[in-house]
Design a protein around this ligand. Structure first.
Ligand SMILES: O=P(O)(O)OC[C@H]1O[C@H](O)[C@H](O)[C@@H](O)[C@@H]1O
Length: 293
């Protein structure tokens, strides 16, 4: 069977061998395996061995869905929300298999707040989220559809896919980001954090503590390291966050010892400013990961 449902989520299996696993909790993708040049299936995402997969805490790794705020809330509608919003720590519902052929396997999950008392108690707005995950031979596509179900109010939100790519942090490089403005969240003072910098590097690395928010990024990125690489494509996610905590990672309770050495977070999102979605309209943010052998 190309899709298998388990107690905790859904496993997609492509006829050529690749697999991916999605938890109902947060619609978090926790595994994506694609064969390497020798034909061996290799895990492409990083999940901390200390991550909670039981729904008690957002998953430390994989691809958590960030909505409707990125980081600590700043919008008045978000004042009761935790860091990165609620989408990553709510139970999503499996809706349907939307594609199942030799090109790929795709499923749709939904987060609908109308029957969710927790969301209603912390978030006043009307919306519906639909997440379509498509596994093809060398690709994993994740489409986040945001629907404003209100007939009168504009929905203002941020959204991001917090992708933990399994890669050696001392050797991984990201391009092309040269010339872009970015916010450096590692700066000590609020003033310095609020002052955009210009990226001068041809290839960005994470050899030091990195937490950068690139604005109006090009939407197609090369992530490379010795003997490996991924292409990340983004649609309507105009910004890109690059994060690796280095030694600071030791302070993260659910991060395994030295876990920061084994990943880079490359996070396409709309996080500088807010998407302003008119009543009854839909918005789509898409990420496509492609293995480069
Ligand atoms: O610990 P979390 O809430 O999952 O956030 C993990 C990280 O997410 C993003 O990459 C932010 O830019 C970082 O500032 C933050 O530390």
């Amino acid at each position: 069977m190309p899709t298998e449902t388990t107690e905790r989520g859904i496993i997609l299996k492509h006829p050529n061998g690749p697999t991916t696993e999605i938890l109902y909790y947060g619609a978090t993708i926790i595994s994506w395996k694609v064969a390497d040049a020798s034909g061996q299936l290799q895990e492409r995402l990083f999940v901390s061995s200390k991550a909670y997969l039981d729904g008690s805490k957002p998953v430390r790794g994989g691809i958590p869905v960030v909505f409707p705020c990125f980081g600590p809330p700043t919008h008045p509608d978000h004042s009761k929300l935790p860091q990165h919003g609620f989408a990553r720590n709510e139970i999503w519902k499996f809706d349907s298999v939307v594609m199942d052929n030799s090109a790929g396997v795709a499923v749709r999950l939904v987060l609908d707040p109308t029957a969710n008392e927790n969301i209603k108690s912390i978030y006043p707005n009307q919306f519906r989220l639909t997440y379509v995950v498509t596994l093809s031979a060398h690709q994993l596509a994740t489409d986040l559809h945001v629907e404003n179900t209100s007939t009168t109010a504009t929905l203002e939100f941020q959204a991001l896919l917090h992708t933990y790519i399994r890669a050696p942090a001392d050797a991984v490089k990201v391009s092309p980001l040269q010339g872009l403005q970015y916010i450096d969240k590692t700066e000590a003072s609020e003033e310095a954090r609020a002052t955009p910098k210009t990226e001068i590097r041809n290839e960005v690395d994470v050899k030091v503590f990195t937490d950068s928010v690139y604005e109006n990024a090009p939407g197609k990125y090369h992530i490379t390291w010795p003997n490996g690489g991924l292409e990340v494509k983004a649609k309507n996610f105009k910004d890109l966050v690059i994060w690796n905590p280095q030694q600071e990672g030791q302070k993260i309770g659910d991060m395994e010892a030295d876990g920061w050495k084994n990943y880079i977070c490359v996070e396409p999102g709309y996080v500088r400013g807010f998407v302003k979605l008119e009543p009854q309209k839909q918005w789509l943010g898409q990420q496509v990961l492609t293995v480069v052998q």
